[in-house]
Design a protein around this ligand. Structure first.
Ligand SMILES: *Cc1c(COP(=O)(O)O)cnc(C)c1O
Length: 459
């Protein structure tokens, strides 16, 4: 008999979590104004709000924390992290920051000016925010397949090269500080970008004299998908693939809270010394001195180990298997989601799931609240609440896809938790025809409303 898949770690420390009654959850979600961000974590049994900073560190990472060097300048921890970054990414220089958006802030302060244009496969929301904040224009060029959740395509995160070239041709080179490749493509559902596509983007960027930035939060998961899905890469190691990916870039921004499996941290890494030098002043102003940026010494030490562990094949195999397993269960139950299963999350297709809820009543949010009431599981809405209002007309924007993202924290939940999640979704799905009404807004902020919005059941 072929041995079944099993995790490449065992559990040394546990954190109790508690189930609750449906009646209690109905009360809590009402008090939270039907906004899942407002729930206390103690009111949540399985928390799939995000995979950011929610991973479980290993014994080696905790040991590294004890050895952290808290010297203001020239700390050993900095050099450990530098070694890990140089070895794994091939970039020669780096600046530590407190998280991914801080890395964007430091880099974009140096290279982005008003009226600039930054094409990409699909910018992450903080990246978009940092570009627009500087009065520059982020342009998404996803491939068509990304918008259809039922199409099975191995690299739905790819950039549309024709759209990219049109932009590179239309705007002068001096207005394009870089092309941004986000790996994996979070907005498209944690979907990977192929090496072929990365090469294609790099070739076009070179032709037009433009630099390439990797927004790299999930670069290791992306490398795993290249190894397992792209012809010619099956025999290459994750590390070889990672270093090939980054060989096509000029710099990278990293949210270490994702694939580097730490609770907080990030960095910008550079191929060219002059770019690194241009960013130093901003790092000192916004983050901290050059050899600690926004991190404690102990955090840099844990991050150095996390980069190694996060690029280990057996670890990644377990991680991706777990997400795929949830996908298989949902297939079995007929629950619609963005196919194929992504690297870090399952994106449930709420429009297909709740066909009777009108879009004006926030379909994915309605599903999120139902799932919480059903089983104490917290996901996050990627739909009209997140899409916010048009800045000019102030009308609600209704995106093509209404998704409920169930992000899976790294090394945190077991197979039985996944079974529980799938069963809860099945139960809600079984009665989805009876769910006809959603929610209406009673209070919202001018921007980023989804974090604090208050809702009541639609009347
Ligand atoms: C999380 C993320 C960021 C921002 O990082 P933070 O650590 O949350 O500030 C940027 N880009 C991508 C693709 C991300 O997933």
């Amino acid at each position: 008999m072929e041995l079944p898949f099993a995790e490449s770690y065992k559990i040394k420390m546990v954190e109790p979590i508690r189930k609750s009654t449906r009646a209690a959850r109905e009360e809590w979600i009402k008090e939270a104004h039907y906004n899942l961000f407002n729930l206390k974590s103690d009111a949540v049994y399985i928390d799939l709000l995000t995979d950011s900073g929610t991973g479980a560190m290993s014994d080696r990472q905790w040991a590294a924390m004890m050895e952290g060097d808290e010297s203001y300048a020239g700390a050993r921890s900095f050099y450990k992290l530098q070694d890990a970054i140089q070895t794994i990414t091939g970039f020669s220089h780096f600046l530590p920051t407190h998280q991914g958006r801080a890395a964007e802030n430091v880099l974009f302060s140096a290279i982005v000016k008003p009226d600039d244009v930054l094409p990409g496969n699909a910018h992450f929301d903080t990246t978009k925010g940092h570009i627009e904040f500087r009065k520059a224009l982020p342009i998404d060029c996803p491939v068509e397949e990304a918008a259809d959740t039922s199409v099975d395509h191995p690299f739905k995160g790819n950039m549309d090269l024709h759209k990219l070239e049109t932009i590179l041709r239309r705007y002068p080179q001096k207005r394009i500080p870089c092309v941004v490749i986000t790996i994996t493509n979070n907005s498209a559902g944690g979907q990977p970008v192929s090496m072929e596509n990365i090469k294609g983007v790099a070739a076009l960027a070179k032709k037009y004299g433009v630099k390439v930035l990797f927004d790299s939060a999930r670069f290791a998961e992306n490398a795993y998908f290249i190894k397992t899905r792209e012809p010619g890469y099956a025999k290459k190691s994750i590390r070889e693939i990672v270093s090939e990916i980054f060989s096509y870039g000029d710099f990278m921004t990293m949210s270490a809270k994702k694939d580097a499996i730490v609770n907080m941290g990030g960095f910008v890494a550079f191929r060219h010394e002059e770019d690194w030098k241009k960013c130093q002043m901003f790092n000192i102003m916004y983050e901290g001195y050059l050899t600690y940026g926004g991190m404690s010494g102990r955090d840099m030490s844990a991050l150095a180990v996390g980069l190694e562990e996060g690029t280990d094949y057996d670890y990644l195999d377990g991680r991706i298997h777990q997400v795929a397993y949830l996908g298989q269960k949902l297939d079995e139950y007929g629950v619609p989601y963005q196919r194929p299963a992504g690297g870090h999350a399952i994106f449930v297709d709420a429009k297909k799931f709740l066909p009777r809820v009108p879009k004006e009543e926030f379909i994915a949010q309605t599903l999120g609240v139902e799932l919480y009431k059903e089983a104490g599981i917290r996901g996050v809405e990627i739909g009209a609440l997140l899409a916010d209002r048009d800045p000019k007309t102030r009308l609600n924007r209704y995106p093509t896809l209404e998704l409920l993202r169930l992000a899976i924290p790294r090394r945190v939940y077991t197979h039985s938790h996944i079974d529980y999640i799938a069963a809860a979704l099945k139960n809600v799905h079984d009665r989805s025809k009876t769910i006809t009404r959603g929610y209406e807004i009673t209070k919202e902020m001018a921007i980023m409303r989804h974090f604090t919005v208050q809702l009541i059941p639609a009347r």
